[in-house]
Design a protein around this ligand. Structure first.
Ligand code: OGA
Ligand code: MN
Length: 219
């Protein structure tokens, strides 16, 4: 028998429930064509049309520990602030996903931040984890891919590793509309070099770790 869900959850987009079930079972999920096709296309067109000036080299570390390190990552990013209709639709979709996951898994997700990423040919992101030690406020990572007609020989796969171990448990093609979601602290991952421009939106759901004596805003 299917579980009976509250109506507000049952009426959500179909991938949400699958993502919740996958996260509960194994901590990661991959959904192809996760978004309405029109939204995926709008985001793809926006990221392709964005002039290079809007992007800046990505950094590693947070706040005072932040630095440029071309040996670790060579992508360029642009934060999503809701400047366009497509960005607002994306943020609305992820907000519904946040609510769904909180209701189903009691994760206490509090906010979401995301950026477009552009990996020019040859760019990569070495193996890393998304949640920085010492301030574990990034709980859930998302990556949405925006590459139409990606071919196997184009490379650029996402490799997801188990917490301890050298064998990837997932090798993912960055095809338009594919969404990966995983627990930020639990899964080291890397981006292999691609032979052509590779576009994605990387994002993170956070819990609120601000306290009365220390504020801890996103980014
Ligand atoms: C990141 C990241 C993966 C990808 O931005 O932290 O791991 O496939 N991105 O773009
Ligand atoms: Mn990452």
């Amino acid at each position: 028998m299917e579980p009976v869900l509250p109506e507000s959850v049952a009426g959500d987009p179909p991938p949400f429930e699958r993502i919740a079930a996958d996260l509960a079972e194994r901590g990661w999920s991959v959904v192809e064509q996760a978004l309405p096709a029109a939204l995926a296309t709008a985001l793809e067109q926006e990221v392709r049309g964005a002039c290079g000036d809007d992007f800046h080299p990505a950094t590693i570390g947070r706040q005072h520990g932040r630095m440029l390190n071309g040996a670790v990552r060579r992508d360029a990013i642009r934060w999503i602030d809701g400047d366009t209709a497509a960005q607002r639709d994306w943020l609305a979709w992820t907000a519904r996903l946040q609510t769904h996951l909180n209701r189903r898994l009691f994760l206490g997700l509090f906010s979401y931040e995301s950026h477009f990423a552009h990996y020019p040919p040859g760019a990569y992101y070495r193996r890393h984890v998304d949640a920085f030690r010492g301030d574990a406020n990034r709980v859930l990572s998302t990556v949405l891919y925006l590459n139409r007609s990606w071919r196997a020989q184009d490379g650029g796969e996402l490799l997801l590793y188990p917490e301890a171990g050298e064998q990837p448990l997932l090798r993912l093609t960055p095809a338009l509309g594919t969404l990966a979601v995983f627990l930020s602290e639990a899964f080291p991952h890397e981006v292999l070099p691609a032979g052509r421009d590779r576009y994605s939106i990387a994002g993170w759901f956070r819990v609120n770790t601000s306290t009365a004596s220390r504020v801890d805003p996103p980014r």
